[in-house]
Design a protein around this ligand. Sequence first.
Ligand code: SF4
Ligand code: SF4
Length: 62
Amino acid sequence: MGKLEPMVKKCNSCKICEKICPTGAIHVDSNNNKKWYYFPRKCIKCYRCVDKCPRNAIMIFP
Ligand code: SF4
Ligand code: SF4
């Protein structure tokens, strides 16, 4: 099961991944230095976030 990580330089904090995630496994904090939080225990590996990220910023690591 892959672990997801954002490429911080590509991410523009649009929050599409946060909104599209069906389990609330991503939180993008645009106030706190654009931090991207990922909660693997909540993630069901649907990869919707990866598909819908407009900047291809989410990587899947094996
Ligand atoms: S969808 Fe992509 S660019 Fe937008 S906040 Fe998520 S990782 Fe960043
Ligand atoms: S793979 Fe699916 S469940 Fe996991 S963070 Fe992305 S949208 Fe959410």
